[in-house]
Design a protein around this ligand. Sequence first.
Ligand SMILES: [Zn+2]
Ligand SMILES: [Zn+2]
Length: 373
Amino acid sequence: MTEALKIPKLPGKKRREAKQAVQDALSDQRHFPCPSCGADLRFHPGEAQMVCTHCEARVPVPDVDDAAAHIEHDFHKFLKDDLKRPEIEVSALNCSTCGASVEFDPDEHSRTCPFCDSVIVADVSTQRKLVPQGLLPFGLMEKEAQAALRDWLSSRWLAPNDIEEESKADKFNGIYVPIWTYDSTTTTSYKGQRGRSVGSGKNRRTVWTNVSGTVTGSFDDVMVSGSASVSAEFKDALGPWPTHKLETYQTEFLAGFRAENHTVGLAEGFAQADRFMKVKITDWIRADIGGSRQRILSSSTSHANQTFKHILLPVWITHYSLDKKRYRLSVNGATGKVYGQRPFSMLKLFGASAGASGVMAVLGVMLSRAMGA
Ligand SMILES: [Zn+2]
Ligand SMILES: [Zn+2]
């Protein structure tokens, strides 16, 4: 898990802080031996306990107040302090195909990326390890994720029959993916023009009037993926997430599961949240300008009360092969919502088109199926 921990030569308080950070990293282990037989305990989804993989002994996850999971941290203060934190080397499997960085488990023989299913080589990456404050624990067991997938497939009548068999055979990986959430109060001053139509028929035209103003608003928990890998699609595709059920981060919840390391930093994540906010702010400006048409000539936004949370969300992932291609299916580990890359059965497609009004109808179905969640 963690290795080659270095404590820089620092005086007094800084040295103690560095030691604490190293201690935190060392205690960040995923292995919990069974008190009866010594085998590994594994977190039991849906229950606040771990179960022994060998003798089925049960050990409760310590009951910790979930307040820490919901704390909003000051964005600017954290960024400033972050520079003072010692760097900790974390062993990670870095996938060059999809960009995911997944915790490295020396006991594990499989060296395939759980996200894109390609073979990867272990390499040690150095990053400022930021321990998440909270997570949404897995609520679905692997067999429940499989059942959710079967339901989903059977409701997709264009999906080839053999996927169901295939997806049963493939193992599911249970993975926690990293997420940033941001809050901000925005004040935007703008200059623009309000358009109103005058005249009628051929003489109809728009008359523009210069306007300027200020719009304010607030954003709560804008979600940004902490990773640039394929897992970035999960937060929207598998949403909504019941984040009111967040628990304070404890490694017991991760026993037997894996976690993706965040590769998108705190500031970089805010830049993505800001792009989302800008779209909303543009709507606010247009509403503020009024009239039948609006032009925005310039705008400038300032942020206040910027806060963030760093959390993990649970996803079951599996892959299946069809015509020598690999496809990914994912299941929300908390709600059972399914998201999949979906091929089409040509046989079923032709069957469907036989009585229908030709090729365009089939194309329409294909498109809507391809777009549908
Ligand atoms: Zn045991
Ligand atoms: Zn990958």
